[in-house]
Design a protein around this ligand. Structure first.
Ligand code: CLF
Ligand code: SF4
Length: 485
């Protein structure tokens, strides 16, 4: 079939691009509700980005070995990390493949729950193929239980698909911001392909054609493909539902719609021209409208190109170059397997506790029972286990009937500032979670508790499974609603 609406052309810019017929390949569910087969489950069970459940327990790390890029996105400043897979911020320390391999082996010992090595920048990994593949090669040789993961703009994906297959890289992300070159021309300022620089619609068409080819090549190779899309209000926000439908038909496994991060101090085109990012509500609305179509990722933290740890935590400062080069690799396959077994056992216990919480729920929710958002302070492991004052982010869950769904996270400045600026921080926190009915924490002081109550946010103190605490709150909430009626 051809996509007439987008008027895509091939790289010689003469013929319309032929879009292959619908596909359910790539291990992708034909509907978001279909049970995953066991084999697919095994492929994503320990990947914190591909499985929301895994992100509470398993960590990933990135190594910054890929400085160059072959396109220019209007939300990126080359002096900073790649905005596709990392927030603009500080420049990462660049590593050689050998330094990167050393770092991975050190961290694999110190953080045995680290199961995935991703290469995501600071430029595009496939614009730096020697460094990227040499790094993967060293890790595949020396740390066989670590999954390899790659994130690319897609321009050079087909050129390297054989190498990707050969190295058993089972997870590849492509950033697809649009399937319309006219929109693409507003997002990409140039594309460098086969020694030539293309601008405007011409460049956007080449990129799109290569991305589509790349997605098809991944499907044929049975490699799990996640698609990232940066949501840019006024440019591609209305169009992302179409992108979602398209990538699903092409066999993508997961879609991650991320908010544009844009500020003048980042020095990006969008930052300097005042392009804003979406609000939490706008982002959720688009994610919700795609959710019936395919699996959506909502737990992305837009990590740095040198991120280390669980998705919500950043331990990169513990492993700066001067530090990790002094450390000895402690990689131990058996020890890691034992830790992973322990995590799996703990996950089974959590699952049982969640099921029990649902069974014992005392309120029978009516079809029109309200959806309620709650903010959770957690250090991971699927538990409410963090003090309000120590939270740097809240995980937001939506409770509806007996369902508890993770919907997003909200970054905040943590409240305990050693006595400085706490009231200003609290005001900011209250604003960030104003749409939530409760905050679930292991502990909270009287002063913030009172302020939250004044703002209509209840506080629940507990140290237990997130879903269980959320359901108990919901049960209480419905009872109170009933009493008021
Ligand atoms: Fe890294 Fe990306 Fe692999 Fe994950 S991140 S290369 S798929 S291991 Fe994950 Fe970070 Fe979001 Fe990326 S939370 S920015 S989606
Ligand atoms: Fe920047 Fe990544 Fe876009 Fe390249 S692909 S311009 S590094 S955001």
């Amino acid at each position: 079939m051809t996509l007439p609406a987008t008027g895509l052309l091939t790289s010689d810019h003469q013929e319309p691009i032929t879009i292959p017929a619908k596909s359910g390949g790539c291990g992708c569910d034909s509907s978001a509700t279909v049970e995953m087969d066991a084999k697919l489950k095994e492929r994503i069970d320990k990947h914190p980005c591909y499985s929301e459940d895994a992100h509470h327990h398993y960590a990933r790390m990135h190594v910054a070995v890929a400085p160059a890029c072959n396109i220019q996105c209007n939300y990126c400043n080359r002096k900073f990390d790649c905005a596709n897979e990392s927030r603009p911020g500080v420049v990462s320390e660049l590593l050689t493949p050998e330094e990167a391999a050393h770092k991975v082996l050190v961290i694999a010992g110190k953080i045995p729950q680290m199961t995935v090595l991703g290469i995501a920048g600071p430029g595009d990994p496939l614009a730096n193929p020697e460094k990227t593949f040499r790094t993967f090669e060293l890790i595949a040789d020396q740390a066989p239980d670590i999954k390899l993961c790659l994130s690319t703009n897609g321009l050079m994906l087909t050129e390297h698909i054989d190498r990707i297959k050969q190295l058993n890289i089972d997870h590849v992300t492509i950033t697809f911001n649009t399937i319309d070159p006219e929109i693409g021309a507003q997002i990409y300022s140039w594309v460098h392909y086969k020694r030539k620089r293309y601008r405007g619609i011409e460049g956007a068409k080449i990129l799109l054609e290569k991305q589509i080819e790349g997605l098809q090549a991944l499907k044929e190779a049975d490699i799990l493909c996640k698609v990232n899309s940066v949501m840019i209000p006024g440019i591609n926000d209305q169009h992302l539902v179409e992108v979602n439908k398209f990538i699903r038909e092409q066999g993508a496994f997961l879609h991650n719609i991320m908010p544009l991060i844009s500020a003048p101090e980042h020095g990006t085109h969008f930052g300097l021209t005042g392009q804003r990012g979406p609000t939490n509500k706008e982002l959720k609305t688009v994610q919700d409208s795609c959710a019936g179509n395919m699996k959506m990722m909502r737990h992305c933290r837009q990590c740095r190109a040198d991120a280390v740890g669980l998705l919500g935590e950043d331990r990169s400062q513990e492993f700066t170059k001067d530090k990790f080069l002094e450390m000895s690799p402690e990689y131990n396959l058996e020890q890691r397997a034992t830790v992973h077994e322990g995590i799996e056992k703990f996950k089974a216990e959590l699952k049982a506790a969640k099921e029990k919480a649902v069974e014992t729920l005392d309120v029978t929710p009516l079809p029109n029972s309200p959806k309620v958002l709650v903010a959770v302070a957690t250090k991971g492991s699927g538990l409410v286990n963090q003090h309000f004052g120590h939270a740097k982010e809240f995980q937001i869950y939506e409770v509806e009937g007996k369902e508890v769904r993770f919907v997003s996270h909200r970054k905040i400045d943590h409240y305990c500032q050693g006595g400085f600026g706490e009231s200003a921080t609290l005001e900011y926190i209250i604003k960030a979670i104003a749409d939530c009915k409760a905050v679930l924490v292991s502990k909270i002081g009287n002063c913030p508790k009172e302020e939250l109550h004044k703002a209509g946010i209840q506080t629940v103190e507990a140290y237990d499974v997130i879903e269980k605490v959320a359901l108990e709150f919901y049960e209480q909430y419905l009872k109170e609603l009933g009493n008021r009626d």
